[in-house]
Structures are given as C-alpha cells and as structure tokens.
Design a protein around this ligand. Sequence first.
Ligand code: ADP
Length: 479
Amino acid sequence: MRVLRMKGNSTIVPLATGAAVALVAGLLAGPLAGGAAAAAACAAAFSAAAAQTRRKAAALERLRRPELRATTTATVDSDCYSEVVGEAVRQLVRLSQDLDAAAAERTRLEARAHVRRRRLGLLESALDTGEHPLVVTDARDRVQFANAAARVLFAIDSASEAEEAATIELCPTVQRLVCETRSRSAAGDRRSIEWEHGDAADASAWRVTSTNVQDDDGEWLGVVTLFRRIDDERAQNTRHAEFVSSVCHELKTPLSGIRAYTEMLTDGDFDDPGQAAEIYGFIEQQVDRLTRLIDNMLNLARIESGVIKVEREDCELNDVLARSFEVVRQLADEKGLRLVSELSDLYVAVHLDRDLFGQAVINLLSNAVKYTPSGGEVRLKSRMLEGWAEIEVRDTGLGIPEESLPRLFERFYRVPENKTAAAGTGLGLALVHSIVTELHNGSLRVESKVGEGSAFTISIPLGHRSASRRKERPALAAK
Ligand code: ADP
C-alpha cells in the first residue's frame, strides 16, 4: 500500500490498492509498450486514483468538523477502508473532545485568574485607602508592598518609586522590629513598639505592630507592619489625668471650707448668732458648688451615653433665664461684679427642658463671673429674631486667645492662660454645647478678645410645640 501525504495536513491517507496497481501498471506500461494506448491507460489510472484520494481527503476534512462528524461517519464508503477511516474518526473525535475539555478548563482557569486579579486589586485599593500606614516585608525584610499612607510616612511620593517597593527603606527602629518578628515566625506572632517619628518640632508618636502572616497551609508569607498614630491617645491620657486632678481639687476646696466651718460651729466658736448665720450661708454656698460640679459631670456623662431623660415643655424663655440669673447673683456680688439683666420685653415662646437649659445658662454666667476680675461687668441678654431666640452672656473679663477658641467646647479643655484665674474642670462649656446643640437643636458661638472680654451666644428655635400642633390639626382633619 502506498501513502500520500496531503499538503497542510498531517493525516496520512492510504491510496486504494487497485488504483495504485493500475497506476504502477500504467507507469510501467508507458515506456515499455511505448504506445498511445498504454499512455491513455496510464492517464486514466492516475486520474481515477487522484479522484479517490480527493474524495477521502474531503471525507476526512468533513470528519474534522464536529457539526458534520455524525453524518460523515455514517456515510464513509465501505470501500474506503472503513477500518482505517473508523480509527481516524475515533482518534479525531477523541482529539476533538480533548480539545473541548482543554478549552473549557482554560476558560475556567481564566475566569478564576480574573476573579483573583480583581480581588487582589480590591485588596490593594482597600489597603491603599486605609488611613493607617502599612507595609509588607519578605524573607529578607525588604518592603514588598507599602500603602499610600506608608508612602507618605516614609516620604516616598512619586508613584514610580512606590512601585519599586523593595527599595523603600524603613527606619532602623522599625527595621529591627520587622526582623525580630520574622525571626520568631510562629503563627500569628506579633510584636509592638512605640516609635517617635520626625524631629522634635514636628515629631509624631506611633504604635508600630509587626505580625507574621501565613497561608492556609501554614506556609510563611511575610511580615505585615501596621502603624497607628497615638498622639491623640497620649493627649487624651494626659487630659484625663488633668481632669481627675481638677475634679479632686474642685471637690476638695469646698469640702475643706465646709469642714473648717462645721468644726468652728461644733466647737461653739460663735457667740454672735449673726456670725453663725453667715457661716451657715457659706456652707450652703459650698454645698451648691459641689452639687453643680457633680451635676455637670453626671449630665455630661448621661448626654454622651444617651441615657438622659429630656423633658422639654412649652415655656417662656425669660422665666428660665431669670432663675439662672438669680443663682449666680450672690457669686457676682461677692466678687464685686456688676450683674446686669437685659431681657426681651416680649413673650419669648420656646420649647425646652427648663432644668437642663437653665443649667447651661448658669454655666455661662458662672464662667463669666469666674473669669472677670472684680469691678467688671457680666450682662445677660435675650432677644427674639425671625424664627430664633437668642441668649447672650457678655463679660468684660480676661478674654480668650484666638488659638483656644476652636477647642473651647472640647471636654476637659481649659485655656492655659486663664487656668490660674479660677479653678475648673473644663467640663462646663462641653456640657453647655451638648445641651444646646444635641438636646435643643440650637447653636452656640463665642466671640472674645484678650483683655476686653467674651460674649457667648446661644440660638434656639422659637415657638411652642403645642401651638404648632394646634395649627397642624385642621390640615390633618381635612384629609
Ligand atoms: P472650667 O471648669 O475650667 O471653667 P469650662 O468648660 O466652663 O471649664 O471652660 C473652659 C475654659 O474656657 C475655662 O477653663 C476658661 O479658660 C475658658 N473660659 C470659659 N468661659 C470664659 C470666659 N467667660 N472668659 C474667659 N475664659 C473663659
């Protein structure tokens, strides 16, 4: 049997034996017989063989196409060497199935790779947008990844430099931490240090935590180092310590006064009943001061934790203000201050919690008294504006430096320059701010000039709640 290798096709096509014999006979007969008949026989045999070869090639071509495979398999001529063709068909079918399976596997892997790439991108962006600096280091403690915050921290601002993460140099302290963490690469093993960054004028405090990470199979992957700024935490700790010492001081001062005077009373040191009454008055004042301090602390804690019971009611603003005014009158008198009330002549309808709002006004007035030297003036005003009621507490006292104004309503904040003028806890204004803004939908602002005095202004919505309800009723009924 002869084989014919088809151009562009690796399949070997067997020629039909009969045709091949005829072809060979023709080829041999030509030169031997030398006649025209022999040449014609040769040409006919050749053309028959070529035609059969073309038919088989076409049949095989059709077999390669899956959509024609079924019909073709059935129609292959039995005289075209069904056994050979059958085997070829089987091989082609298997090959085609393998190709299909490989293509499906490839699609699946590509889809998985795509999902992984997306997840990785998402993860990188999430880490990049994180506010805390983060770096990932490899087995040689070289940085493999640094998020945007870390690039800022280590002053690497160009994107190209950031891409070359391995060139990022951590400072020696952090490098040492990373190295020690890696060398103790037990699962989840982590180490933390506090680290000062930058020079004295511009220093920042950080807590740096390095952690070994591994994959699901327990294989070590690298060290993740996270930087968390702790300046605020430190400042807060300092403020808390200051607060505790202020509270103790505030509590101790009136308590020691009360103790001294009660001892005198117990010892019967006062024959004159007038003197004794004065002492009783003094003790009462100190008790009020203690009560105010404790109330401030409790109220602030309740507002902040959301457990305070707010009992707002319709009332007249000047009524509430007059009561607060009376509370501080004695303090102002004792200090030799002029206390002036300049309340609106109009009926100022408001909806508020009398006790809490009154407490806020008392805090502003007692601050004005505390931080105004004797001989000065403290003035309480109220006025009605379009939709708003305004309350102003103005004094001619020490004033507040401009740089302290933004921090004035923070808990525990005390103006450094005014600390010695009066004892305090730095809670009074924080409480006023919470009562006005959180519980009465109002606002609080301050204007001040050092050496000239300060003005605190509260604005709250005008109107009674019951009046607005009455107005709403007909509209509801009409519906
Ligand atoms: P404190 O208990 O210290 O008075 P506050 O929260 O009431 O706390 O006030 C915070 C700080 O604001 C005070 O320590 C004081 O320095 C400053 N301050 C408040 N009111 C006045 C004012 N009327 N004049 C000057 N300084 C004031």
